[in-house]
Design a protein around this ligand. Structure first.
Ligand code: NDP
Ligand code: 8X3
Length: 248
């Protein structure tokens, strides 16, 4: 099987690449930091093929999918994993540039990749699009503003794709994790502040990137008539919160 993974230079994407290569699959690993992908290719061998890609670049996403399908074969699975949160402040204090970056990456990048890969999958009547959503797309929390809204888009876009693909052997899933440690997610969210990022996981046992990779691997092992629409995952140390009420 050939899998294209976005955001494979770190975190979940990297762990998914490792897991799929170990299972004998071919991985087209993409991200902006090509040096990280090249290091991963050296570690995992020739079944990992690295491509520099910024998912916000609409022309580049279409060109890369075309190149891969012409030179390396059909994409059986697209893992739309590239994404980020920037900031955790209230909406009224947020940066519009950061909001743009989240919308451009988490929504538009994911849409570009899907638009590029989907027609081939439908033509072959075979394929799987696995999107990385988040519990932030379902449960609001202070400071989640645009990040959570981008993940709500991922959830609904996945379900709408399912509607369009009814009857076809092209499957779509939104994986929606909660607290996950050991990735660059919080370091990115807090602008490189490692200690602020570490505080997020202080005293917890979060989900790991390997847990996400295991979930992707399980999905890909399912018989071709089975679609899992959404998977919401939280560590045992996490649950959704109560409504907040300000009393006078
Ligand atoms: P990381 O920060 O560890 O990895 C993010 C990856 O996305 C990197 O490989 C980065 O690569 C890539 N990326 C970011 N922007 C772009 C871009 N414009 N073009 C291409 N690649 C890009 O995060 P995680 O592994 O933790 O998160 C992966 C996904 O899972 C994200 O969509 C995130 O929202 C979601 N998620 C994460 C959770 C968590 O708690 N960790 C929980 C729920 C969902 P590079 O910088 O090299 O381009
Ligand atoms: C990442 C999980 O709760 O930090 O999507 O938004 S959370």
């Amino acid at each position: 099987m050939n899998a294209l993974i976005t955001g494979a230079s770190a975190g979940f994407g990297r762990a998914i690449a490792q897991r799929l290569i170990a299972a004998g699959h071919t991985v087209f690993a993409t991200a902006r930091r090509k040096d990280k992908l090249d290091a991963l290719a050296r570690e995992l061998g020739s079944k990992l093929i690295a491509f520099e890609l910024d998912v916000r670049d609409r022309d580049a996403t279409a060109a890369l999918v075309k190149h891969i399908e012409q030179q390396h074969g059909p994409i059986d699975a697209l893992v739309n994993n590239a994404g980020l949160a920037l900031g955790l402040g209230p909406a009224q204090q947020s940066s519009l540039d950061e909001w743009d970056t989240m919308i451009d990456t988490n929504i538009k990048g994911l849409v570009y990749m899907t638009h590029a890969a989907l027609p081939g999958m439908v033509e072959r009547n075979h394929g799987w699009i696995i999107n990385l959503g988040s519990i932030a797309g379902t449960y609001p929390y202070p400071g989640g503003n645009v990040y959570g809204a981008t993940k709500a888009f991922v959830h609904q876009f996945t379900l709408n794709l399912k509607s369009d693909l009814v009857g076809k052997k092209v499957r779509v899933t939104s994986i929606e994790p909660g607290l996950c440690g050991g990735t660059e997610f919080s370091v990115t969210r807090f602008g490189g502040d490692e200690s602020k990022a570490a505080n997020v996981y202080q005293g917890t046992e979060p989900i790991t990137a390997d847990d996400i990779a295991e979930t992707v691997s399980w999905l890909l092992s399912l018989p071709s008539h089975v679609n899992i629409n959404t998977i919401e995952m939280m560590p045992t140390c996490q649950a959704s919160g109560a409504f907040s009420i300000v009393r006078s």
